[in-house]
Each structure stands twice: as C-alpha cells, then as structure tokens.
Design a protein around this ligand. Structure first.
Ligand code: NAG
Ligand code: NAG
Ligand code: NAG
Length: 475
C-alpha cells in the first residue's frame, strides 16, 4: 500500500478543519470522512477494482478467426505464400545451385501451417530485422568480437643471421631445385677418416681431389638446374615478392604477418636510439661514474672523471632561503661550494634547490665548471696586496713571507687550501656576510696585480731580488 495515502488524507483533514465552515460542524469526525472521498481523486494510483481489470481485452485466436481450418489455410496462403516460378528464377540468379537446394530443403521442412498456428508475426518496434548485416556487430545482441592476439612485447628486429635464415625459409617454398642445405659439401668428397677433421689438416692430394670432384658435382647440379628451369618456370612471382616485402614480419615474433591496423609495438630497446636517452657507461671512466653525473662536466672541462673526483671541494656556505608566495613560504636550500686542485686552480659555485643534497651537488658541479687559475707568487702566496668589495663586505689580502701560514678568516682559509696558497694575511673590516665574503675573496684572488705587467707599462724591467739573491732557487 502506498504510504502517501494516509498523509494525503491527513492533509485534507487539516485543511477541512481549518476551513471556517468546518469549525461550525457538530461532529469532529465527519469532515475527515468526507475528505477521504476527495483524497482518492488526489491520489495517482488507480483504485483496486480498476487495477484488477486488464487495460486491454485479450486477443483470442478464435476472435481473430484463426481457429477453423478454412481460415487457417487462408491466413497461411496470405502471409506465407509459396515461391512463384518467377521468384525461384530470380533466386537462381542470386544463389548457387547448392544454396537453392538448401533453400528448397528448408522450405519443405517447415509447414507454413505451423507458422500460422504456433508462430507470431511481429510488427512491434523491437522486431529483429529480417535481413541481418553480419558485417557490423550489434553490441546488444552480439558477443564482443575477440581481438587478435596482442603483438609480442619482446619482439625485436631480426639480426642479419636471423633475417638470412628467414629469407631462405621463404625462398624454399618455391622449390625449383634442391632444398637449401641439402647440397653436398666439400667434406662429402674426402675419404672417411678425414670427414671429421677441418680442411686445413687434409693432405694436399686428398684436398685437391676433393675440390676437383666437388667442382664437377656443382657444375652438374647447375646444368641440371638450368635444364629444369627451361621447362617449368616455378619460382617466386612478382606478386610473391611484393607480398614478402609488404607482409613478412622483420621482427622475431614467430612469422606473424604485419597487420596494418594493429602495428607491432616497438620493442623496448630500439637499436637506433641506443645511448641517446641514457648515459652510456664510458669504459675510460673505469667504473667511477656509472650513473653519469660527471659526463657532461667531462665534455665541458676536458678533465677525466678521476681528475674531477680528485679535486678538493668544500661546502663553505649553507643557508635556507624562502620565497614568500600567496600559497605560503617556499623554502629552498642555498649552497655555495669552493673547489680547487690544490695547485693554483679555484672555482666557486652557488646553487639552490628544495633538496639540500641536490643543491650541494649542483653547486659543486658549478664550482668545477667555473674553475680559474689563480696567480700565485712562488706557488705559495699572492702578489702584493689586494682589496675587493662586494656589497658591504670588504676583503683585504696581503702577501706574506714563507712560513707565515694562513692567518685568515675560516672561509678564506678553505679557499686558500683549495687553491694551494700557504702564506697569506686577510682581514674583513666591515660586514662579514658569508656569501659576500667568499665572492669578494674570489674576486681578490682572481684580480691580483701583475708586477711584471705594471713594470712593463712603465717602461722598466722588474727583477726579483729573492731569486737573484738565492741564485734562482728559492725553495
Ligand atoms: C617460422 O615458420 C617456420 C616454418 O614456416 C618455422 O620453422 C619457424 O620455426 C618459424 N619461426 C618462428 C620464430 O616461430
Ligand atoms: C617566487 O615565487 C614567485 C611566484 O611563484 C615567482 O614568480 C618568483 O620567480 C619566485 N622567486 C624566486 C626567487 O624563486
Ligand atoms: C709552481 O707549480 C707548478 C706546477 O706544479 C710548477 O710547474 C712550477 O715550477 C712551480 N713554480 C715554482 C716557482 O716552483
């Protein structure tokens, strides 16, 4: 039963009670019962009595006049007539004699009277079409067409040997002479005891005789072949060759012909692009760089991987920086590296990344790329005194005598160690900002005055007294 019914009744009750006329009624029950009569009209489902009756009267075969023999015969004649001779003639033009025979057998097997009594002539919209088109699949009725077997994912292009074998196998289909591999070989023409040994170990006369008879045998085969070809010209035709080119698979997937609509998947390793997408391991690295971190650097600097790994490097500045965006602070690590070979070369590199490790690697690689030669006096100190300024940071450096040592702030100390400077004094009188200290020190080291150049500019000759005094041997 519908749960809407009591609600509808209650609704009418309330409205009836609220009506001004209903308030004057003596009995409280009476308006509700009256309202129940109207409630039927509000309801959408038909009454029980109405629902029991079918909407349409049954159609009986007797009413349709299909029950007595005369009417059945008439209906059958109307709806399922026999083929006229003209129609049969027409069918003969469309079907082969076997198909016509099958049609006639089918016609004879089914009594059209049975069709009238037991069958049903459908005229509804869901009637199956009399003519079916099997060229198209109807997803509702038909089973899903099974796809072809997927291409072999491990298939690769044949190599030269495999291709040759495949070609020979194909050519053997067109037999005009002996099947490939059935001709006799040179070893068939030597005495039994030499058959196993290689040709080089046969005695000279045996080998000569074998070659001679083998030659005769081959000539005989060729002439036999020529005589055969003259009368029957079997062999691959142009069509066969075209088919071979178009359809024969050049891949090692078991002779499956290529399918233009379902192309073979490319193998995971295509020979033509080998090494283009992955760093090829260079044997000259001796296994030092199998991941390929230094390959680019190797090309740019001309250093070998062993040399790159032998450089002294030091992380001298590490700080976190943040970019304030509307989504919040984006923090990154900012790293500065100093790299030197300990013998006059020095570079600094700076890099940022969200990953500190990656920032350090990038900074180190950058430092190696920017390495420059540093002028050193006697391979131990700088030339004279230099001052440099980056932003608010000033670095003052002065050359010192042998044995003085490195009396410098710690970041400059690391730079001197990497560059191979052993005697130096340095001061940072103003701001001691780490990054600017390093940049200013690097600038100072790479912009030392060259006394020889200055002397030459003044038209004078410079003589190093220390070298003169010690006879050129100051170490
Ligand atoms: C290709 O077919 C030939 C014969 O038709 C057969 O001997 C050979 O094994 C097949 N090759 C593969 C890879 O299945
Ligand atoms: C900071 O973020 C903004 C917005 O995403 C971007 O445009 C800007 O380049 C960033 N600055 C730095 C230094 O990364
Ligand atoms: C400085 O070092 C270089 C490289 O090691 C060397 O060739 C050169 O002779 C050295 N100079 C002096 C003055 O010793």
């Amino acid at each position: 039963m519908s749960i809407a019914r009591p609600a509808a009744r209650r609704l009418v009750c309330l409205s009836a009670a609220a009506a001004p006329g209903a308030a004057a009624a003596p009995a409280t029950r009476a308006p509700c019962q009256q309202a129940a009569v109207f409630a039927h009209q509000f309801h959408s489902s038909p009454q029980l009595s109405a629902r029991r009756r079918p909407r349409f009267a049954n159609v009986r075969a007797a009413d349709m006049g299909l029950m007595d023999d005369k009417q059945i015969d008439q209906f059958t004649k109307e709806k399922f007539p026999k083929y006229t001779p003209e129609e049969i003639e027409h069918l003969r033009t469309k079907y082969s004699p076997e198909q016509i025979a099958a049609l006639e057998a089918g016609e004879a097997a089914i009594d059209p009277r049975d069709l009238t009594v037991q069958g049903r002539l459908r005229v509804d919209p869901y009637t199956m079409p009399y003519i079916d088109d099997f060229a198209e699949t109807q997803p509702i009725i038909d089973k899903r067409a099974r796809n072809k077997e997927a291409p072999d994912p491990h298939a690769r292009f044949m190599n030269m040997d495999e291709f040759t074998e495949d070609l020979i196998r194909w050519a053997d289909k067109f037999q005009t002479g002996e099947v490939t591999g059935t001709l006799k070989t040179l070893a068939d023409f030597v005495p039994e005891q030499y058959k196993k040994t290689p040709e080089g170990q046969w005695p000279g006369d045996v080998r000569e005789a074998a070659h001679k008879s083998f030659q005769l045998y081959l000539e005989a085969e060729v002439s036999k072949q020529a005589g055969k070809d003259a009368d029957d010209t079997a062999g691959p035709t142009d069509a066969d060759i075209l088919q071979y080119i178009l359809e024969r698979s050049a891949m090692t997937d078991g002779n499956r012909t290529t399918d233009t609509s379902l192309a073979h998947g490319l193998p995971s390793k295509v020979p033509g692009v080998a090494g283009l997408y992955k760093n090829a391991i260079d044997p000259e690295d001796k296994g030092l760089d199998d991941i390929g971190v230094y390959q680019d650097l190797k090309r740019r600097t001309g250093l070998s991987v062993a040399e790159i790994l032998g450089l002294q490097s030091k992380k001298i500045v590490h700080r976190f920086v943040a970019n304030q965006t509307r989504l919040g602070k984006v923090r990154k690590a900012s790293v500065m590296f100093v790299v030197g070979n300990g013998n006059g070369w020095l570079g600094i590199g700076e890099a940022k990344s969200t990953e500190p490790g990656i920032a350090a690697l990038k900074a180190r690689l950058m430092a190696i790329r920017t390495m420059q030669p540093i002028r050193r006096y006697e391979n131990r100190t700088i030339y004279g005194s230099v001052t440099s300024k980056v932003s608010g940071t000033v670095v003052k450096m002065e050359a010192r005598p042998p044995g003085f040592g490195l009396r410098v702030p710690h970041r400059i100390f690391e730079m001197c160690r990497a560059a191979g400077i052993y005697d130096l004094a340095a001061r940072i009188p103003r701001s001691r900002n780490p990054m600017n200290t390093v940049k200013a020190a690097y600038w100072a080291l790479t912009h030392q005055p060259d006394p020889d150049e200055i002397a030459m500019g003044r038209g004078k000759k410079l003589v190093d007294v220390r070298k003169v005094y010690y006879g050129g041997d100051v170490y």
